[in-house]
Design a protein around this ligand. Structure first.
Ligand code: FES
Ligand SMILES: [Fe+2]
Length: 338
């Protein structure tokens, strides 16, 4: 066994600040289904931890991303998704083209010097993989491929992402530090104890459930009880992007967890399914996943209360069954202190 990160790291605002600057600010984030911005004249709001971003497809057909903050006095421009030709700020109606340029600013003609050319939206980066759009707050970001590495190939062994269609989004909030939520996701040591329905379907024994660390992500491989050919995968792309494929017909859920203060975490999961997957099976999977989610919420909120009590300096990790947590904690530690 080894020690966990110091428990102080789960409540200290200074640590969160460094995580925001050094971890989340440098990460590609899942933004939403690519189908939402397939048509010229469409947009999709997203975020990179605390930074609001917006993905657009202008009439010229080019996919772009911008910081979703008005150049006037900082109002967030838009949320959700939709079809339109411009983005208008709700505060004083400055209006931007979907290519980011400032089209109109009411009363600007009364100003001595007003240069709309320098007041376009601040560019960010955007990339598409299969049916998924990703954003990065930095216009000069490294490529998404560098982050994903072998992940698309590994997923491709069990699901063809190009055949998946968006089904629905689930959103959640947790009274816990984001790392506690991620660490809970990275082991199935607790599955047989805390997830009865899940463990009735998935073989969660140590020898059947495979943990596989990679440079930029951590993978878990599993299969249906009694049927090794029916395979699932659960991945975490550092720092907080989950990708889940349950054993069974073509399915995948994808979504980030974000810190919302040191002691609160928000997240979402977009569910995708193959065209031919039966509605009844989809409903069963969504219900099972919701049940697992409720069980995990109770677990991580209890862990957060224990950790924040200050009664203990740290905890212990099993280097076999919790090796992905150990890798994740070392990755966070390098990023925060390096
Ligand atoms: S803040 Fe956007 S128009 Fe004033
Ligand atoms: Fe769990």
């Amino acid at each position: 066994v080894t020690h966990t990160l110091p428990y102080r790291w789960y409540t200290d605002p200074e640590i969160l600040l460094r995580e925001q600057e050094r971890v989340f600010a440098r990460a590609w984030q899942y933004a939403g289904p690519a189908a939402d911005v397939a048509e010229p004249g469409s947009y999709l709001a997203a975020r990179s931890a605390d930074v609001p971003l917006v993905v657009t497809r202008a009439r010229d057909g080019v996919l772009r991303a911008f910081v979703n903050v008005c150049r006037h006095r900082g109002h967030v421009l838009t949320d959700g998704r939709g079809q339109r030709d411009t983005i208008q700020c709700p505060y004083h109606a400055w209006t931007y083209e979907l290519d980011g340029s400032l089209r109109t600013a009411p009363r600007s003609e009364r100003e001595q010097s007003f240069e709309p050319d320098g007041l376009g939206l601040v560019p960010a980066s955007v990339a598409v993989w299969g049916p998924f759009v990703f954003v990065h707050r930095d216009a000069a970001a490294p490529t998404l491929d560098e982050t994903l590495g072998e992940l698309p190939a590994i997923l491709g062994r069990i699901v063809d992402v190009d055949r998946l269609r968006f089904h629905s989004r689930a959103e959640y909030a947790l009274s816990a530090n984001w790392k506690i939520a991620v660490e809970n996701f990275l082991e199935c040591y607790h599955c047989s104890v805390a997830h009865r329905s899940f463990s009735a379907q998935v073989d969660v024994q140590a020898d059947a459930y495979v943990l596989e660390p990679h440079a930029t992500f951590a993978s878990q491989h599993c299969h249906t009880r009694g049927d090794p050919s029916s395979q699932g995968q659960f991945h975490l792309v550092y720092p907080g992007l989950k990708l889940n494929v349950y054993p069974g017909p073509a399915n995948l859920s994808i979504g980030p967890v974000f810190p919302d203060g040191p002691e609160r975490t928000t997240g979402l999961l977009d569910y995708f399914f193959g065209d031919d997957v039966e509605a009844a099976w989809i409903e069963e999977l969504l219900e099972l996943d919701a049940e697992v989610g409720r069980e995990d919420t109770a677990l991580v909120e209890s862990v957060h209360r224990g950790v924040r009590s200050g009664a203990l300096p740290d905890g212990r990790l099993l280097l076999e069954s919790e090796r992905l947590i150990h890798e994740f904690q070392r990755w966070v530690e390098r990023a925060v202190t390096g």
